[in-house]
Design a binder for this molecule. Structure first.
Ligand code: CAA
Length: 282
């Protein structure tokens, strides 16, 4: 498990590349545009600076880790000798199915194909490949260098051997991997998203204001962020799409997305990434 390829250089992809490079792996970071890759390298460098400032790594560690990351705009070149591929592209079923079909053709036979999906079925992704036993979910949490959890999602056809390998690799990154089965929302988002949706309903029904709701949850439950601020941080469009996956997957009205969430996404208020959600960001 030395050579790791990461597909997608956005927030999750660059965080995943950062952590693997920090722990000594050779990383191929792949995206369609070189400009996106350059931006990702600059973000990774700044995030390493936080660790240097804190004293958890040295300047030499930072330079060595950055030196282990190569960037590619060609998928074939970026994955040709990978031991493990982690897909962190956009959260769109067709895009992921198409990518995994290509990865199955382009990667060596031994390569494990993982997805960082927050809610798309690993079993469905595995079914478009000829190696569903080697397809698995590795769901990292944002910010990846800080958050300890990796939710390891075993699809219906994922082998025990693949699961054990991924659990071991995750532990070596000093993360805590937790094995879960492949059902809508897995564990993290099956529990987190209904809480966020309920916070939005609480606002929508006028029970309390934005800051009041977040303060109750921060100070009352010791959450580092209130649910509305966390929704902005995750992206309101992402929250909505995960609620739809839960609603469709279980057919239970308790997962219906709050109409206020739907309206905000339709109006383009998607949280931190668009500059405004429940809060404004400059
Ligand atoms: N890289 C490296 N270090 C980072 C970092 C990054 N990207 N982001 C923050 N840090 C470090 C900071 O340097 C700081 O280090 P020290 O404590 O040593 O100084 C530490 O993390 C805390 O950061 P800040 O002081 O800037 O701010 P904070 O105390 O508010 O913490 C936070 C920030 C860690 C993000 C905290 O607010 C938090 O835990 N928020 C909730 C995060 C969360 O719930 N994530 C899961 C989201 S759900 C998801 O990802 C999955 C999904 O499918 C939707």
């Amino acid at each position: 498990m030395n050579k790791i390829s990461v597909i997608g250089s956005g927030t999750m992809g660059n965080g995943i590349a950062h952590v693997f490079a920090q722990y000594g792996h050779q990383v191929s970071l792949i995206d369609v545009q070189q400009a996106a890759l350059d931006k990702a390298l600059s973000t990774i460098s700044k995030n390493f600076d936080r660790q240097v400032a804190k004293g958890s790594i040295s300047e030499e560690d930072k330079s060595a880790a950055l030196g282990r990351i190569l960037t590619f705009t060609s998928l074939g070149d970026g994955v040709k000798d990978a031991d493990l591929v982690i897909e962190a592209a956009i959260e769109n079923l067709q895009v992921k199915l198409d990518l995994f079909r290509q990865l199955d053709e382009l990667c060596p036979q031994h390569t494990i194909l993982a997805s960082n999906t927050s809610s798309i079925s690993i079993t469905k992704i595995g079914s478009v490949t000829k190696r569903p036993d080697k397809v698995i979910g590795m769901h990292f949490m944002n910010p990846v260098p800080v958050m300890k959890l990796v939710e390891v999602i075993k699809g219906y056809a994922t082998s025990n051997e693949t699961t054990e390998t991924v659990m071991t690799v995750s532990s070596k990154l000093e993360k805590i991997p937790v094995e879960v089965n492949d059902y809508p929302g897995f564990v993290a988002n099956r529990i987190l998203m209904p809480m966020i949706n309920e916070a939005i309903y609480t606002l929508y029904e006028g029970v309390a204001g934005i800051e009041e709701i977040d303060t109750v949850m921060k100070l009352g439950m010791a959450h580092p962020m209130g649910p509305l601020q966390l929704a902005d941080f995750i992206g309101l469009d992402v929250c909505l799409s995960i609620m739809k996956v839960l609603h469709d997957g279980f057919g239970n009205p308790k997962y219906a997305p709050c109409p206020l969430l739907v309206n905000m996404v339709e109006a383009g208020f998607k949280g931190v990434k668009t500059g405004e959600g429940f809060y404004a960001y400059t």
